[in-house]
Design a protein around this ligand. Structure first.
Ligand SMILES: [Zn+2]
Length: 144
């Protein structure tokens, strides 16, 4: 007798819980009636449903990531070899790695070295001179 599919329904939408509950009780009835072939079909359907649900979750995460990067690209400025975000208080957030943003769609904060003006990307190991503008004014707004 095959083991039942382990069903985790906590984070699933209500319709999924209803469907899985329905399949579980159908499987129980079939198992008790010794309809092994049909019982197996129900287990397969449950497995398929859960696989599809996992795929949907992965796609939803991917969509969120793409929305985040798209939002970043819309709002970020490219200056001094890096991306910078304007914050509400008129300060800037950054720098962010242009290579990672443009080639990998990843928003990666650069690690800055205030002593020499270079910043390193912890992801792609890219080094950039982030104070490219000649009128660096010593404030936290490097590119003004
Ligand atoms: Zn990078």
């Amino acid at each position: 007798m095959p083991q039942g599919v382990e069903v985790q329904v906590l984070s699933r939408p209500p319709i999924m819980i209803t469907i899985i509950d329905g399949l579980t009780s159908a499987a129980k009835v079939l198992r008790e009636a010794d309809k092994i072939e049909q019982y197996q079909l129900i287990l397969d359907a449950q497995r398929e449903l859960l696989d599809n649900q996992r795929t949907i979750q992965k796609l939803e995460e991917e969509i969120k990531k793409l929305k985040d990067i798209s939002n970043f690209k819309e709002n970020a400025d490219f200056k001094n070899n890096c991306y910078w975000l304007k914050k509400e208080d008129d300060k800037t957030d950054g720098p962010f790695c242009s290579k990672c943003v443009e080639t990998d769609d990843k928003i990666v904060r650069l690690h800055v070295n205030q002593n020499n003006g270079y910043a390193a990307c912890p992801n792609c190991k890219n080094h950039v001179y982030f104070r490219g503008e000649p009128h660096y004014n010593g404030s936290s707004n490097w590119y003004e």
